[in-house]
Ligand binder design. Sequence first.
Ligand code: ADP
Ligand code: ZN
Length: 709
Amino acid sequence: MLEQAQRVLKDIFGYDSFRGRQGAIIERVASGGDALVLMPTGGGKSLCFQVPALLRDGLAVVVSPLIALMDDQVATLEELGVAAAALNSTLSAEQQRDLAARIKRGEVKMLYLAPERLVQPRMLAFLQSLEIALFAIDEAHCVSQWGHDFRREYLQLGQLAELFPNVPRIALTATADKRTREEIVDRLHLQNAERFLSSFDRPNIFYRIVPKEQPRKQLLAFLAERRSDAGIVYCLSRKKVEEVAAFLSEQGFPALPYHAGLPNDLRAYHQKRFLNEEGLIMVATVAFGMGIDKPNVRFVAHLDLPKSLEAYYQETGRGGRDGLPADAWMAYGLQDVVMLKQMLQNSEGDERHKRLEQHKLDAMLSLCEETRCRRQTLLAYFDEEMAEPCGHCDNCVDGVQTWDATEPARQALSAIFRTGQRYGVGHLVDVLLGKDNEKIRSFGHQHLSVWGVGKALSESEWRSLYRQLVARGLADVDHEGYGGLRLSDSCRPLLKGEVTLELRRDLKPQVTAKSGSKSQASQLVRGEEREQWEALRALRRKLAEEHGVPPYVIFPDSTLLEMLRSQPTTLADMARVSGVGARKLERYGEAFLEVLGGEAEAPKVVADVRHELITLARAGMTPLQIAGQLQCSEKNVYTMLAEAIGKQQLSLEQALDLPEELMGEVQDAFLDGEGELPSVAEVAELFAGRVPEGVLYCVRAALQSEFEM
Ligand code: ADP
Ligand code: ZN
């Protein structure tokens, strides 16, 4: 059995060996047993049911909660030459009938379905009339009523056990905790399933948390090492998402915003572009998440603190699914702590709920102030013990300096107390430093005993100290939301001199930038390899566009990287590259060999402004952003865009970022009359103040070029 499985792995998927427990899981399911699989994101869950599906007779049925996830997997399987299909609401009635007929004829090997589809009585009856190879239930944690992703329909999947007693079932999830695990077993009737638990460590992710000083500058410094990498930047609010996306674009980093306040189609469009294009940055709220299967997300950056370690781990886990180095980077400061504590205090919900949330936030904060290995701390939180420090996080690499902060901490707390427990950190620090300003004078704070006692420390050291006091719960944030600090009960022993306090010494940002922000992820491709790497990516992009799939469906980065390093010169060499299966070898082998051999035309170096404009537009920048990038007027950009559209070098969708409806309206305005297209001047009035005139030029150019075809 295992031998057969190995052959499928190599022939179809192009991989040499199973990862972790894949082999055992596949053996279990292929021989008819049930399985519960817990594996971290990127661990390789898909193969655990795809290989047994190919080894067993009949149709494999895969339950998946999101259309985007299904489409991605189906596209990937089709590229491998496996007959897969998704049955969902995007198919017309006729397409559904066709698909059913193909299934009846045994022409489909794997069928992806949403749970609500599967449990329809008609569907169940249909499946009972067929030979079923297995049921795979992906994202099985959706049965958990306590989780974020609860899906009521998942509860009904338990009946599969009774309806299909002889068909093996495999449930898979990346959610770690024990309670969820037991719920899955219980609800899905998987009492007989063998359990396969993997470590939840993501060894390829490098964790770094830096003190927040000038967050945008810090983010730019971080990104500077990662040009042309795809990544996600998480922010707390919609407004900030928009601002940061605009800022990054102005700075020459193609970035798109994503949050729940954007119109649905625009949001879907941005998501699609993130998946389909390379080197795009998604600036997003937590709304961006599930269904993001893009394997080559090279970094996840947080500009605001997540509310819990669960959220942090899930969000950072979206980086590096392909197993190549990825970075999790976060800038964290006092303001984050104040804001989240206030949100918590003012949130709805009973006391028990608040306590739970408080507990989670505290765990998050202690990771930020942690002086030991970040990974050990993270895994410990998820009940997994790691014997040694990881050697692959900021604390391990840079080391952490601590200092005895007992006396300054007392002074800081005393400043809170003496000023009446209502001022924010800015004022408290001014008092400690003995500043002589209007606010101090108007309250008479220059007469306090604490005034000017803290000159031994700098302003930023005091801020860091206050942040750590709040993070450790030694000081509290006011309920009113002004950011004032109060003493908390737990600071008493410190004030009384009964305990001492060791705190983390923040590194100066410059030091951090120099010594450590450059991690492996940014050095994936070395300078001298760049040109060939870009050529390989360009070919992949071209093929992806031709096939209408995301680039990573053609080949993952890891495969391109291996080509780059092993420099195959024959098809036989090429077949040995991991990720090159029989079908892909046949389809793409030659083309990639040509690029490697330097025979194919290298991708053109961006020579003139027009060329660059096209690249930027394709990379998703808006005209305004492009104008910033090329340092010319927006009007000029529109003129050049219209020209490129006229020459069919760009599509209208690539050039403009207009909601579909508005786009339709503009097009209609041009198409309304008879005969010749009206001039821009003739329709301009209709859209005055709604769309820039340049948009009209672009739309007209597109229509004109269509007519000329
Ligand atoms: P998960 O669903 O667990 O997040 P995937 O199934 O998407 O992970 O797999 C992540 C990546 O690892 C994919 O690109 C997949 O092709 C690759 N992969 C999985 N198993 C292997 C293996 N045995 N050898 C090499 N690559 C693998
Ligand atoms: Zn570590």
